[in-house]
Design a binder for this molecule. Structure first.
Ligand code: CLF
Ligand code: SF4
Length: 322
């Protein structure tokens, strides 16, 4: 792999399988508005493109989010990434996403910034994404064929009006592809998440993989549809089934060798904090935070040095092994 890419992913727990053992992410639930409707989403919960439905995060103002990030960055040594992944869409609710991430970059300059989006409002913000030094973006792309898209998206809201049917999916598709191309051209590492919906887009995701690879996506993360009647989503109420684990594995296996395939996603909530395997969100609720906090980088720096030493040791051992 290109050393510049290795450098970008080595401490991002989602973009590198190895890094998720050592490094943690934090989500700030500031972006509550959304501009599309997915048939697997109930807006009572977080954005189901990036989160598991059934758990709702408390919406934060950008100021509250920054306080929460300062507390977590001071106390969670493994923290390396701060992201906005809902609870709606990070690019549509852009003012809040931008205000939050600009303040984080100022207060905690040594964390990576990440966003996750459905892509519809992405193209108009790509230049700001670059200026803000957001190095990692995830776009949820479930189709590249609007006839399939119309079974997933009943409507979108774009340029001040609502579109339905095939027109909605055509616009969404064009914006997603444009956003991905713009990010790639600017050197932003982009991951594509796709929700696997049996009988709707499962076979089609092979074609999605090819299209996003051709446009420079670094990684493809196939996540299983989660669809319970109690979640109150269209799919939940109409009996749309979820993929079985073996179906998910078989699809991921088919895509292996094209883009990188993510297999360690935890479908985190929009306020997750900690290692992917050890969520500490409950330790950082607003009630527990001091009114004003100052960032203390001590624990994170000490931990990072330890990991660097450990990694250097492993490389040396591999080189000298007979
Ligand atoms: Fe968050 Fe997403 Fe950034 Fe990771 S999560 S915005 S890329 S920092 Fe990671 Fe969580 Fe899976 Fe997302 S495990 S749901 S892929
Ligand atoms: Fe729900 Fe996310 Fe889809 Fe918006 S983009 S409808 S929040 S799953």
């Amino acid at each position: 792999m290109d050393p510049a890419i290795v450098e970008k992913i080595k401490d991002h727990p989602c973009f590198s399988r190895e890094a998720h053992l050592y490094f943690a992410r934090m989500h700030l639930a500031v972006a509550s508005a959304c501009n599309i409707q997915c048939n697997y989403c109930n807006r009572k919960y977080d954005c189901a493109n990036e989160s598991r439905p059934g758990v709702a995060s408390r919406r934060l103002t950008p100021d509250q989010a920054v306080r929460r990030a300062i507390a977590a960055a001071s106390q969670v040594p493994q923290l390396s990434v701060v992201g906005v992944a809902g609870p709606g869409d990070a690019c549509y609710d852009w003012k809040k996403t931008k205000a939050t991430l600009v303040a984080i970059a100022r207060e905690i300059p040594d964390v990576k910034l990440c966003i996750s989006t459905n892509g519809l409002a992405l193209p108009e913000h790509v230049d700001e994404v670059v200026d803000m030094n957001v190095g990692h973006v995830t776009i949820t792309i479930n189709m590249v064929d609007p006839t399939i898209g119309r079974k997933i998206y009943p409507w979108i809201f774009y340029n001040g009006r609502r579109y339905v049917g095939i027109e909605a999916s055509r616009i969404l598709h064009e914006r997603q592809m444009l956003g991905l191309e713009m990010l790639t051209e600017r050197g932003i590492l982009t991951k594509v998440n796709s929700v696997m919906i049996p009988g709707v887009n499962d076979e089609h995701l092979v074609q999605v993989n090819k299209s996003v690879k051709d446009r420079g996506a670094f990684m493809h993360n196939i996540v299983p549809l989660i669809s319970e009647p109690s979640h109150g989503t269209y799919y939940g109420q109409t009996g749309q089934r979820c993929p079985a684990p073996f179906e998910l594995t078989a699809l991921r296996d088919r895509l292996e060798g094209t883009t990188e395939v993510m297999r360690h996603c935890r479908q985190c909530r929009a306020d997750a904090v900690g290692l992917l395997s050890d969520d500490r969100a409950n330790e950082f609720t607003m009630d527990q935070l001091a009114a004003a906090a100052t960032y203390d980088s001590g624990k994170r720096h000490a931990y990072r040095q330890l990991i660097e030493r450990d990694r250097r040791g492993q490389t040396l051992e591999a080189k000298t092994r007979p």
